[in-house]
Structures are given as structure tokens and as C-alpha cells.
Ligand binder design. Structure first.
Ligand code: ADP
Ligand code: MG
Length: 240
């Protein structure tokens, strides 16, 4: 579903991603972890064309991301993205947030967009919040709306960039529960997170990035059995 091959990206002299190679099969849940500033967000943004890269290639569901001829709007419709800070449109109600791109990008009718939005609000447990504005919701509720909004495009894969990092502790599980359900339904997912309990329970593979390099890329069971690269061990000792 997602193939990343020798991707290198620099900001001036600084290599933020160094020859990164990995792939994600359909239905896989890949957790990406690593120290702050190691390039996790940059890698995620490269996958859906939010950041350009100089070397290597990324293919998503047959779409060549780095090809200048690629329609990035179509790519982003196929790959849902959920950010740390929700990024909802503050001036639109919850339901309007979920309907907007369905109508503009996919050309769905008002009725079809509305039906889809209500189904997804039901799925994330927020049907009764449809008419509220994002600012009237808790962080956990806003993040569930953001997930519903991404799912409304019928994506082939979902990318999550630290989706629970901005949440109060009591709200983390309501978001992780929605993500766990999504994983059980067979969604292909890349999740940048330091929630190692979630990683152990839900992920199929763990990728550890340090200083722009993929240092470990192992099936979860194997990753959590130990024998880590010293850089991974040093990181895990700080967060666990
Ligand atoms: P992470 O998500 O792992 O914390 P990021 O991908 O956000 O890391 O950033 C990786 C590195 O790239 C950091 O050192 C950051 O300061 C740097 N960086 C990110 N965006 C830019 C930019 N637009 N210009 C220069 N450096 C940047
Ligand atoms: Mg980041």
C-alpha cells in the first residue's frame, strides 16, 4: 500500500531524513517512534505530499508521490491525515467540518455528504455533537471529529501524527479506542506515537527513527521482545 524507497530530505545542510526505506502492506498498523526532532512528522508529511523530498521515491496505492504530474489533492483524499492539534476549521460546525471536503473534493451531494458524516459521527460516538463548533468540544472529542473527517473521504490508508500528544491524560484512551476499532476493521495505518501500550496491543510493526535514520523496523512481537539497538534502548528507557 505504501512503499518508501531511499528517501532523503534536507533543509539546507541539515539532513532531516537519511535514505529511509520501509513499506506498509494493506491492513498493517505501523507505529513510528523516536526522539523529538528525529524526522517523524517530516516522514509522514512526505507520504501525503505535504513536504517535498530530494531523493528516493514514495508510492501510495500506485500513486508516485514525488512525480510532479501527481494530483496531490487526489493523493490527500486517498490518505487521511490526523494531526496532533486536530486542525479542525474553527468557524464550521462539527458536521460541516466532516462534509466540506466530501462536497468540494469528491463532489458528493449535500445529502450524501450528510449521511456519511452522521454515520461516521456515530462510529466515533459523537452524533449528539454534530451542531456544535470545535471550540465547544473537549480535545478528545475534537480529535475524534478529525478522525471522522479524514474517514469521510474513504481513504485507503490513514496517517496519524502524535494524535494524543495534545490531550489531557483522561482523554487519551477515547481516541486510542477509536483508532483500535479502525485497526480491527482492517484500515492500513501509520501512527507516530509514544503510546507504547497501544503499540504493543495494536501495531503489527514498529519503526524507530533517530536523527533521520530508520534504526529499527521490526514486527511488533519481535520489537517488544527486546534486543534493541543501543539508540532505541536509550530512547525506550526514557519513555517507558
Ligand atoms: P519529529 O516529528 O520527529 O519531532 P520533525 O520531522 O518535526 O521531527 O523535524 C525534524 C527536524 O527537522 C527537526 O530538527 C526540525 O527542527 C527540523 N525541521 C522541521 N521543519 C523544518 C523546516 N521547515 N526548516 C528547517 N528545519 C526544519
Ligand atoms: Mg513531530
Amino acid at each position: 500500500m505504501i512503499e518508501i524507497n531511499g528517501v532523503t530530505k534536507s533543509y539546507g545542510d541539515f539532513d532531516v531524513l537519511k535514505n529511509c526505506t520501509t513499506k506498509v502492506d494493506r491492513g498493517e498498523i505501523v507505529v513510528v517512534c523516536g526522539p523529538s526532532g528525529s524526522g517523524k512528522s517530516t516522514l509522514i508529511k512526505c507520504i501525503n505530499g505535504l513536504e517535498p523530498f530530494e531523493k528516493g521515491s514514495i508510492r501510495v496505492h500506485g500513486i508516485e508521490v514525488g512525480d510532479p504530474k501527481t494530483d496531490l489533492t487526489e493523493l490527500r483524499a486517498q490518505v487521511g491525515m490526523v494531526f496532533q492539534n486536530f486542525e479542525l476549521f474553527p468557524h464550521l460546525t462539527v458536521i460541516e467540518n466532516i462534509k466540506l471536503a466530501q462536497k468540494i473534493v469528491l463532489g458528493r451531494s449535500e445529502g450524501a455528504a450528510n449521511t456519511k458524516a452522521m454515520q461516521l459521527l456515530d462510529r466515533v460516538g459523537l452524533v449528539d455533537q454534530a451542531k456544535k463548533f470545535p471550540g465547544q468540544l473537549s480535545g478528545g472529542q475534537q480529535q475524534r471529529v478529525a478522525i471522522a473527517r479524514a474517514l469521510a473521504m474513504d481513504p485507503v490508508a490513514m496517517l496519524f501524527d502524535e494524535p494524543t500528544s495534545a490531550l489531557d491524560p483522561e482523554m487519551i484512551s477515547e481516541v486510542l479506542d477509536v483508532m483500535t476499532d479502525l485497526a480491527k476493521d482492517g484500515m492500513t495505518m501509520i501512527v507516530v506515537t509514544h503510546e507504547m501500550g497501544f503499540a504493543r496491543r495494536v501495531s503489527t510493526r514498529v519503526v524507530f527513527i533517530d536523527q533521520g535514520e530508520i534504526v529499527e523496523d521490526r514486527p511488533s512481537e519481535d520489537f517488544f521482545s527486546g534486543n534493541h539497538n543501543p539508540r532505541t534502548a536509550a530512547f525506550l528507557s526514557k519513555i517507558l
